[in-house]
Ligand binder design. Structure first.
Ligand SMILES: Cc1cc2nc3c(=O)[nH]c(=O)nc-3n(C[C@H](O)[C@H](O)[C@H](O)COP(=O)(O)OP(=O)(O)OC[C@H]3O[C@@H](n4cnc5c(N)ncnc54)[C@H](O)[C@@H]3O)c2cc1C
Length: 657
């Protein structure tokens, strides 16, 4: 069991969770990873209060809780007006050097940069995870979950946003939100430089991960390389673009899906992954929206400060401040205009409920006086995927393999140029949207599955001495993993994770008790609607047909049939077998939404209105991914940032600032 104090001090990571990749990177930059108890203090960013100010003011125009994807963007936009004062309260610490390295993304799950949440046990899913529990990490950092995520950038299809607007959420149609996507983006995507739907002047870099060929890196780095490593032979095998992404795109074309900019509003298809990185370095929301503005006198940022309650006058039902813990002391700060919750889809509903806003019966049952009866946390959609459909290859040195590809040379090269395998976001290389034959969406152009193409698979971090960080990050039981994938562990492989875009099953979230430091109870309720299982099964067959195309047969792609101890009663490769496999390795991509869902007047489930104001309470808004009311075909970082941008406009209009 993970103890909060261990996580905060970094003890959990060091020394119990020694990680060869992280150690190599630390050594490459001249840091002794074991010199300090807190591994992550090395080269950490900082957000000091203005010179001469020891404590924040007692009052600001706006107090924002949570410097995550949405909160960072919102704070930055609001403080462009120098007369508007903002306090941004964040429980986590600022980023450091390692958070910059895109390929290291999966390695962050055991660090102090994560809230270690677990879904409540649900029989029949996550059967292969440790203690049969699904792990729901969330970012705990200045920059929030964008500091630990996989940096995949997606906006959602036009129909997603048009349907949200058609439900009565004025101002949220695709063309409305497109304006903000364009404004926030600084895209540099080869081939789409002139596309009208892309933005180039914003603060959020969106790029294809740069991967160069071995011969290009050869000349530029040699001297640096010899001086630092003296390993002459290694250089020949180090940097390859994985040709598997080309095969994925080609296979898509063979099956009728064109290669496209998958964020374009027109046709669905396949494309190279677009990521929030620049020159091979992660660009979190903090780096994009806060770092460059940390000297604004009207923006005060308080890392390592944890909000415990929103102060609300129960008579006038007006929010007027926030209580928070900093340096182990309880503080209060007042808001002249508004309190804004941007603590994400788990913590925002938790804080609302702790402050008396939520389902009446539930709040009473945990001893919280009710100020406003609202359906907080009653709906929770998530995006689950299956990482276990792996294809073996008959070609070596084509896929990403940690043991082979992460060497000191590669690390030094990344530090110098940022353009090798370390700059791929968690080894994700391609994205495709498909509509499976079982889809019954009335609009034939709406996809039901997203395909996430990996330049390897969950066995790529295996073999002797490798970190096993990805499987550990997902909390897969090591014995089950070894029994199922042991024979091919650490070998060349290819995989596609199918992601269920529009699940019919949904869960909910409740308070465990009235202690603000307790983790809430989270229920995923995964795969309870049979159509969700049917869609997954159809996607498995589709991925197998991709593998059967000449594009992948060139590399001898062959379905590997893992022997899960949970599924021995089923004949391999039957639907029953794959359903059992899905229920064994049920993995979330952590896109929880709708816990503080937005809805128009008259919607009994709405927590906030279309201007994100908490219903029935004055001067309180929620601005984060939890307000998204229905499933969207997007990973949720881009949408959360867009929500921050849009909210800033709405708030400016309300207060005429
Ligand atoms: C492992 C992982 C990989 C992911 N990969 C991708 C991806 O590749 N692409 C993508 O688009 N999306 C991805 N996501 C999802 C995406 O990053 C999040 O949905 C998005 O960042 C959420 O933004 P947010 O503003 O709603 O919340 P967050 O970014 O989570 O921000 C909430 C902030 O509030 C802070 N906070 C919480 N409680 C308190 C409190 N009481 N007091 C003070 N501060 C508090 C938190 O520490 C956090 O910093 C991933 C998520 C995870 C976990």
């Amino acid at each position: 069991d993970i103890k909060e104090n261990d996580v905060r001090s970094g003890k959990l990571f060091w020394p119990e969770y020694r990680n060869p990749v992280v150690e190599k990177i630390m050594s490459a930059v001249g840091a002794n990873p074991y010199a300090t108890g807190d591994f992550f203090d090395f080269l950490r960013d900082s957000y000091p209060l203005p010179r001469g100010l020891k404590e924040p003011y007692s009052e600001y125009d706006f107090v924002i809780v949570g410097a995550g994807s949405a909160g960072s963007a919102l704070a930055s936009r609001l403080t462009r007006n120098r007369n508007t004062t903002v306090l941004l309260i964040e429980a986590g610490k600022p980023e450091m050097l390692l958070t910059d390295v895109p390929v290291v993304a999966p390695y962050f799950q055991d660090t102090p940069y994560v809230w270690h949440y677990y879904m409540e046990p649900q029989p029949g899913v996550c059967m292969g995870m440790k203690n049969q529990r699904c792990f729901w990490p969330r970012g705990r950092a200045v920059g929030g979950t964008s500091v630990i995520n996989y940096m995949i950038y997606t906006r959602g299809r036009p129909q997603d946003w048009n349907r949200i607007a058609a439900d009565g959420n004025y101002g949220w149609a695709y063309n409305d939100v497109l304006k903000y996507y364009i404004e926030m983006e600084k895209s540099d995507l080869k081939g789409y430089e002139k596309a009208a739907h892309r933005g180039r002047d914003g603060d959020l870099p969106v790029e294809f991960p740069p991967i160069k060929q071995v011969y290009e890196s050869f000349l530029t780095n040699d001297i640096f390389y010899y001086i630092f490593t003296h390993k002459v032979l290694e250089r020949f095998i180090l940097i390859m673009t994985t040709r598997l992404v080309e095969a994925f795109l080609k296979a898509g074309e063979i099956l009728g899906y064109p290669t496209v900019d998958y964020n374009a509003p027109d046709k669905i298809g396949f494309g190279r992954v677009q990521a929030t990185i620049s020159r091979g370095h992660r660009f979190s929301a903090a780096k994009s929206f806060l770092h460059g503005h940390k000297n604004r006198p009207n923006l005060h940022i308080l890392p390592e400060s944890r909000a415990t309650k929103i102060l609300i006058d129960p008579v006038t039902k007006t929010a007027y401040g926030v209580e928070y813990i900093r340096n182990d002391l309880l503080h209060t700060v007042f808001a002249r205009k508004e309190v804004i919750l941007s603590a994400g889809p788990i913590a925002s509903p938790q804080l609302l409920m702790l402050s008396g806003i939520g389902p009446e019966e539930h709040l009473k049952s945990v001893g919280i006086p009710v100020i406003q009866d609202l359906q907080v946390g009653q709906r929770l959609y998530d995006h689950i995927c299956f990482p276990g459909l792996i294809f073996t290859l008959n070609t070596t040195e084509i896929s990403f393999i940690e043991n082979r590809d992460v060497s000191l040379k590669v690390i030094l090269d990344w530090l110098q140029h940022g353009d090798n395998l370390l700059s791929t976001p968690g080894a994700v290389e391609g994205i495709g949207y498909i509509r499976t034959p079982v889809s019954n969406d009335p609009d034939p152009t709406v996809p039901d599955i997203e395909l996430i193409n990996i330049g390897g698979s969950i066995i790529s971090d295996g073999g002797i001495g490798a970190s096993r960080a990805v499987r550990r990050g997902m909390r897969i039981s090591e014995t089950l993993f070894d029994e199922a994938y042991g024979p091919i562990d650490g070998q060349d492989s290819w995989s596609v994770f199918p992601l269920l875009i529009h699940p019919k099953s949904f869960g909910h979230i409740k308070l465990r008790d009235n202690n603000p430091l307790s983790h809430p109870k989270m229920y995923g309720n995964y795969l309870t609607d049979p159509s969700d299982v049917a869609t997954f099964l159809a996607s498995f067959r589709y991925i197998q047909s991709l593998a059967a195309t000449p594009a992948l047969q060139k590399y001898g792609a062959k379905t590997y049939l893992p022997k899960f101890k949970t599924c021995i009663q089923h004949v391999p490769d039957t639907d029953e077998y794959w359903e059992c496999a899905l229920r064994t390795l049920t993995a979330t991509l952590h896109h929880q939404i709708a816990t503080t869902r937005m809805g128009p007047d008259g919607d009994p489930d709405a927590v906030v209105d279309p201007e994100l104001r908490v219903r029935g309470i004055k001067n309180l808004r929620v601005v984060d991914s939890g307000i998204i009311p229905r499933t969207i075909s997007a990973h949720t970082n881009g949408p959360a940032i867009m929500i921050g941008y849009k909210a800033a406009d709405m708030i400016r209009k309300t207060w005429n600032i």
